[in-house]
Design a protein around this ligand. Structure first.
Ligand code: 5RP
Length: 262
């Protein structure tokens, strides 16, 4: 791995702990104005001091994030689908590598839909993006999107993560599942988890705690942070789990004791 690639990765996965808290706010690329993200700038600003990176689209980056912030950007570069469209898996690459560089992306992110109608197309998107990104030392995050019909179990997620790594992804984002350890152990690159749909704060913290205990290098969490009654409290609690090995129950105390500035 060349110096630039290593340096960009180390801006995201912090060398001090080997872990990362990524804040995902890219939902609008197929969901439109997602609850909690109606005004992205308002949502993101108070959370920035606690995020090791920000995952978002170029549209929201340009319009809603001040260019003087010092947070690494993980730029979503796949899309072209919508929640009301024909098939969510029908994605293309939507941002050129030149524009990703212009936007000073620390990494680029692309979804793959293993087992879906457009499986081949999305895997080709990943492989092509890696070829382009490698030229400039930019890491690629593969997101293992799960179609409605797909089981989120260790067998399926191991398959999807491993294929992403085999194609050359530098890190992988997937879902937590039963026997998650098996997913991590069969994936030769770092794995982060998505939070998924909003659940109770305690359940989301347990999810993060379990994932870290079973080998994830961090979270790339969205709705369970920005849809919380206290987003700042929630991201602080998640950070304590990820970077300080604080158990979920103690992290919940951090959430509760943090003043709500929503
Ligand atoms: C969609 C994504 C989202 O960023 C991600 O899943 C959002 O995180 P969360 O599930 O925690 O809201 O990559 O494919």
């Amino acid at each position: 791995m060349d110096w630039g690639m290593k340096n960009r990765l180390s801006r995201i996965i912090k060398p001090e702990t080997g872990k990362t808290v990524m804040l995902a706010v890219d939902h609008g690329y197929f969901l439109g104005p997602t609850s909690g993200l109606e005004k992205p700038s308002k949502t993101v600003e108070p959370l920035l001091p606690y995020a090791d990176s920000l995952m978002l689209t170029r549209g929201v980056l340009r319009t809603s994030v001040n260019a003087n912030v010092n947070v690494p950007i993980v730029l979503r570069v796949s899309g072209g689908n919508s929640i009301v469209g024909e098939d969510l898996s029908n994605e293309a690459i939507t941002v050129s590598i030149k524009d990703a560089i212009r936007l000073n992306a620390a990494a680029v992110a692309v979804s793959i839909y293993v087992g879906s109608k457009y499986e081949h197309q999305t895997l080709k998107n990943l492989a092509d993006l890696i070829d382009q990104a490698e030229d400039y030392g930019i890491p690629v995050l593969a997101v293992t999107a799960v179609g409605k019909e797909m089981a989120r179990d260790a067998r399926y997620l191991s398959l999807a993560c491993r294929i992403a790594a085999e194609l050359g992804a530098h890190f992988v984002k997937t879902y937590y599942c039963e026997d998650f350890k098996a997913v991590v152990e069969s994936c030769p690159v770092p794995v982060v988890i998505a939070g998924g749909k909003k659940v109770s704060e305690m359940d989301a913290l347990k999810l993060a705690d379990n994932a870290i205990s079973e080998g994830a290098v961090g979270v790339d969490m969205g709705r369970n942070i920005f849809q919380s009654t206290n987003p700042v409290g929630m991201i602080k609690a998640v950070r304590a789990i990820v970077h300080d090995n604080v158990p979920a129950a103690k992290a919940y105390d951090i959430f509760k004791s943090s003043k709500n500035k929503k």
